[in-house]
Structures are given as structure tokens and as C-alpha cells.
Design a protein around this ligand. Sequence first.
Ligand code: GUN
Length: 320
Amino acid sequence: MSSAPRVLNGLAIASDIKAEVAGEVATARSAGYTPGLAVVLVGDVPASQIYVRSKVKTCAELGIYSEMITPPATISTEELLAIVASLNARNDIDGILIQLPLPAHVDTPLLLDAVAPEKDVDGFHPVNVGRLLSGTGGDDLLAPCTPAGIMQILKRSAIPVAGQNAVVIGRSNIVGKPVAAMLINASATVTVCHSKTHNLAEITRQADIVVAAIGRPGFLTAEMVRPGATLIDVGINRITGEAELAEFFPPTHPEHADRRALWEKRGSTVVGDIHPAAFAVSGAYTPVPGGVGALTIAMLMKNTLTAARTRREKASRERK
Ligand code: GUN
């Protein structure tokens, strides 16, 4: 009989990182500067509003200055470019985050390219993407927050990466592609799978580490997993129906009683891209909620601090 899987507690790891950042922010403030983040939230997408509020709240907790800019959904690309240009020019703003998705009429790539690379705390600018891919960014690299959070979970949980087979499911610019680059930089053997991949289960069964980032509830099932593998679940999917609830959390399993009670109370619950039955055969896994999601904001705070420090170090070198 194999032993019970380890639960990789994202909340605890995020809390450690935030405490470290808060300490370094205090040092920066006593050295005479306060790291500052500007968040641009266009229109009124409810999920984006929730994320942004939580980013601003965390800034306040850690001593980081933050500012929210909330233009209406009708704003033009040109007007947004002007906002970005003014944020690029401000000395009290170290990080600029444009919450995605933007309205369809806005030229998203053009806008992301307009953010000064040294203020790009999302790590989406082509210069930072290039640095990540070439592995030349060092400790100052502004890398995408969710993938960076995944690497922190692996590192701080002492999960070996070098030489391991890692399979990434999903090829988005926000998660799949950058986490694949980070795993390669950490000397894993990486396979990236997606909706057109043939024989997906055959590939995932070879994996020591699976990162699932496709946005499909319970996509990775127990048959697709090698017993003992590490499972990293990036999915956040809300389920509401009773049939779905029974599929994920069958009433015959007493360990699901709490989750079923929560669903009764709220009428919905959140599940990841990995089925709970797959977690049960794993060696270690990140739960949903309470896994990867908790790290994204922590890494954004860390990037804001890094951006503040790097920009001041550069300015002081240039003055000499
Ligand atoms: N929307 C969903 N995830 C993200 C993220 O990491 N950054 C930004 N800017 N928008 C997002």
C-alpha cells in the first residue's frame, strides 16, 4: 500500500514569501523609497475586479504603495497607451500591471509591449519573455507570476526537478509556455501537451511532475497519472450542478464531506484541472483552492520589490 500523498500548501508558502517581501519593503522604506504598483483595470469584468482588489489589498499589507486606474470598457487603445506612457515616466511607480483580458477592441499585444520592461511585473513584455527563454535574467528577472509561484512551490517543498520528466498541459503565454521554460532552466526534461496532442495519457503517465493549466475541470484523471507523481494544478473552475459535484466529490467518500457541505451552503465550489481521484494516487499535489492560486499575488509583490530595487540600482550606477 502506498503512503498518503503530501498536500503542497500554497497558502503557507505564499504567506512565507509575503513575510519575506514585507521585511525587504521595510528595509527599502528605511533606505528612503517605497515600492509602488499601478494596476490598470479596464471595464467591469467581475473576476478581474476580484483579482485586482486582492492585489491592492496585499500591497497595503506588505507596505507597498498601490494605485488603481479604472478606465471604462469603451477606452481606446491610444488612450490606454497614453496611460501606460505616463506610468512609465513616473518615479514613484515601479510596477505596472494591466489586468487581462482586455476588451476585444483593444490591441493587447501593442499595449503589453508599451510597458517599460523594467516595470513589467507580469513578465509579459517580449524583452522579459526573451530573457526567461535564454535563461539570462538572473535574480532580477521579472518572470510571470503564476509560473514563478509554481517553481517556488517545488523548491520550497524540496521536490526534485533536475533530470525529472515534467509534463505541462496547456501552452498559454501566461502559464504553459513560461512554466515550461522555467522547468527547462531548472534542468527538467519537459514535454508540453495541448488540445492537439496525440496519446496524451501515454505521455502524462511518464511524468514525474505534471503541471495542468488548461481550464477544464478534472481533465487529468487517475488513469493518466503515474502513482507517486507530483501534480501541480493551475485550474480554477467553478462547478455548480449536483451531477458534477457527485463526479468530483462522491457522497460515498467520507473525505469529501466538508466540500459537499460547502457546496450545499454556497451553491457552487471551485475545482482544478486535476480530478481528486488523481490526487489520491499522487505522491504530492497542490489542492484547489489553496495551492498555486495563492502564489500568484505573492510573486507579484516580489516582482514589484525586485523592479523597485533594480531600477534604483541602475539609476545609482548611471550617476557614478
Ligand atoms: N489575468 C489572469 N491572470 C493574469 C495575470 O497573471 N496577470 C494579468 N495582468 N492578468 C491576468
